[in-house]
Design a protein around this ligand. Structure first.
Ligand code: 2RA
Length: 337
C-alpha cells in the first residue's frame, strides 16, 4: 500500500494546485508532509483542515515515504529524486529534468497508463503543451494511426510562472497608462503582443519548447515514426494553453467520426458548434481538469488530414492534475497487487 506522501515544491503555483487537487479528489493517505527548498521552509499551510509546516527537503526527508509528488525547477528535481529513490520512495516528477531519461516512464494516464509498470523509482509528467496534445491525439491514433502532426500553440503567461502572469497584468497597465514596465519573465513586451519564442534555440531553428513536443510525443506513444512540426507562441492570456492541431492519419477520418471518437475518449470534452459561437476558450476552460476540443473539421488541403482547436488549463491538466492522476494510478495498482 502506498499511504505515506510527500509533496515537494509544495509552496509553488503548481504545488499549491497539487494540494488543492489532493483535497478535491479525496486522495487516500495516512501521513503527508510538505517539502520545499530552504527559502520556503517554515511556511505554514493548511491541508484537509490541519496545519502543516513546510520542511526543508534533505536526503532524510524521504525515509518512510511511499510516493513523492514533485513540482520544482529542474536543478531541485535532479537533486531530490535520487534521495527519494534511495529511500525506497516512488517519485512522480513534474520538472523537465527526468522526462527523456531512458529508465523514466513519461506518463499521461489517458494515453499510456501501462507505462507506470516500467518505473525504476521515477515517473515523469510531460510538459504542458505536450500533455493536452497527446490526450487529443490518442483516440485518433488508436482509430487511424497518426503519421504527422502540425501544431501551433498559443501559450498562456502562467506557463512562465507567477512572474509571467505579473508581466502581463502590470505590462498591460503600463501600456494603458503610458508608463514604463520592466518585463521579468519575457524578453519582449507581452501585453498587446505575441512572442513566437518559448525556450531557447534547440534544433534546426526550433526552440526547446517546440522540440519537447516532438520528443515527448514520440516517447509517450512509443512510436518514433510520428512526425511533429510545432510552433510555440506566448500570447497575452493569463491561463490555459490553446493549440491549433492538424493531424495526418493513415486512413481518412471524417469530422463526424473524429467528433464521436473525441466524445467517447477519457479526459476530453467536446465544445463544437461554430454556428452558435461555441468552442473552447481560455476564459471558459480555466480551473478545469479536462482537455477541451472544438472547431473539428477536415483538412481541405489534404485527403487524410483533420484539424481542430484544443484548450486546456496548463497548470491543471498540463501539470498538477496529470501528476496527481499518475499518483492515483500508483495507488490503484498497489491496491490491486
Ligand atoms: C511554458 N511549457 O508554458 C512551459 C511551462 N512548462 O512556458
Amino acid at each position: 500500500m502506498y499511504e505515506n506522501l510527500a509533496i515537494v515544491g509544495a509552496t509553488g503555483a503548481v504545488g499549491r494546485l497539487i494540494r488543492q487537487l489532493l483535497e478535491e479528489r479525496k486522495f487516500p493517505y495516512k501521513t503527508i508532509k510538505f517539502l520545499a527548498t530552504k527559502r520556503s521552509a517554515g511556511t505554514e499551510i493548511t491541508f484537509n483542515g490541519e496545519t502543516h509546516i513546510v520542511e526543508e527537503m534533505t536526503p532524510e526527508s524521504f525515509k518512510g515515504i511511499d510516493i513523492a509528488i514533485g513540482s520544482t525547477p529542474d536543478e531541485a528535481a535532479a537533486e531530490f529524486a535520487p534521495w527519494a529513490v534511495a529511500a525506497g520512495c516512488i517519485v512522480v516528477d513534474e520538472s523537465g529534468y527526468w522526462r527523456m531519461k531512458e529508465d523514466v516512464p513519461l506518463v499521461v494516464p489517458e494515453v499510456n497508463p501501462e507505462a507506470i509498470q516500467n518505473h525504476k523509482g521515477i515517473i515523469s509528467s510531460p510538459n504542458c503543451s505536450t500533455t493536452q496534445m497527446v490526450v487529443a491525439m490518442k483516440p485518433l491514433h488508436d482509430a487511424a494511426k497518426i503519421k504527422r502532426v502540425v501544431v501551433s500553440t498559443y501559450q498562456a503567461t502562467s506557463g512562465a510562472g507567477v512572474v509571467g502572469e505579473e508581466d502581463l497584468v502590470e505590462g498591460a497597465k503600463a501600456v494603458l497608462n503610458g508608463s514604463d514596465y520592466e518585463y521579468k519573465a519575457f524578453k519582449h513586451q507581452i501585453a498587446f503582443n505575441l512572442i513566437p519564442q518559448i525556450g531557447g534555440p534547440k534544433y534546426e531553428g526550433y526552440t526547446s519548447e517546440e522540440m519537447k513536443m516532438v520528443y515527448e510525443t514520440r516517447k509517450i506513444f512509443g512510436d518514433e515514426s510520428i512526425q511533429v512540426c510545432p510552433t510555440c507562441v506566448r500570447v497575452p492570456v493569463t491561463n490555459c494553453h490553446s493549440e491549433s492541431i492538424l493531424v495526418e492519419t493513415e486512413r481518412p477520418i471524417s469530422a463526424e467520426e473524429a467528433r464521436e471518437l473525441f466524445e467517447k475518449a477519457d479526459g476530453i470534452t467536446v465544445v463544437d458548434d461554430l454556428g452558435a459561437g461555441e468552442y473552447p476558450m481560455p476564459k471558459t476552460c480555466t480551473g478545469k481538469n479536462e482537455v477541451f476540443i472544438g472547431r473539428i473539421r477536415k483538412d481541405i488541403s489534404c485527403e487524410n488530414g483533420l484539424t481542430f482547436w484544443c484548450v486546456s488549463d496548463n497548470l491543471r491538466k498540463g501539470a498538477a492534475t496529470n501528476a496527481v492522476q499518475i499518483a492515483e494510478l500508483l495507488v490503484r495498482s498497489s491496491a490491486a497487487v
